[in-house]
Design a protein around this ligand. Structure first.
Ligand code: TYD
Length: 198
């Protein structure tokens, strides 16, 4: 299985990705947990460029996220899936569709096309989109924002709207999860969906 987690910063997706990976390992499954941007040495370097202080044009941003993703697929995701492991990834293609395609206005179709090329068409089997009220996400985000987080409330609201739109477009793949509940309850809900899948 290839599972991804998505949501605005502070939605709790990293916690849920970790809890799911731990649960699957507990079941004796071979699990590779990874994250974007990053997850490879090249990806971590791209991450520094992207989330550091300097201005980055929207298409540069989309291309760099895509480059990091291409490397992650080649180095980590594809080999893991090929040997039969499960892959749990914190952010993937939908982050680019939401942040660059919709919130930055580059267009979902064009960003999708770019990304499908670089990932060789390997979409996740399921994507969990964690939804929380934006004021709750802001509290969880805390005090050390990266360049994209510094865009402010209006941008976060656009990203949130973008994700909800994507959930409609990719209704077969994206499962929306009410992430306002305590983490263990959210995790149980997600495990329920996974049981139906495997
Ligand atoms: P994030 O998951 O928040 O990293 P961390 O939890 O370590 O801070 O990702 C960093 C930022 O990058 C986040 O604001 C979302 C943004 N992002 C995009 O804009 N497009 C993408 O394709 C990806 C993967 C992330």
């Amino acid at each position: 299985m290839f599972i991804t987690f998505e949501g605005v910063d502070g939605s709790g997706k990293s916690t849920q990705a970790r809890l799911l990976a731990e649960h699957l390992r507990g079941d004796g499954r071979d699990v590779v947990a990874t994250r974007e941007p990053g997850g490879t040495e090249l990806g971590e370097r791209v991450r520094e460029i992207l989330l550091g202080g300097d201005a980055v044009s929207p298409w540069t941003e989309a291309a760099l996220f895509a480059a990091a993703r291409a490397q992650l697929v080649a180095e980590v995701i594809r080999p893991a899936l090929d040997r039969g492991a499960d892959v749990v990834c914190d952010r993937y293609i939908d982050s680019s569709l939401a942040y660059q395609g919709l919130a930055r206005g580059l267009g979902v179709e064009r960003v999708l096309e770019l990304n499908l090329l670089v990932i060789g068409g390997r979409l996740p089997d399921r994507t969990f989109l964690l939804l929380v009220p934006l004021d709750q996400a802001a509290v969880r985000r805390g005090s050390n924002p990266d360049r994209i987080e510094r865009e402010g409330d209006e941008f976060v609201a656009r990203v949130d709207g973008a994700y909800r739109e994507l959930a409609g477009i990719f209704a077969q793949r994206i499962v929306t999860v009410d992430a306002t509940q305590p983490p263990q309850e959210v995790a149980e809900l997600i495990r329920g969906h996974i049981r139906d899948l495997s």
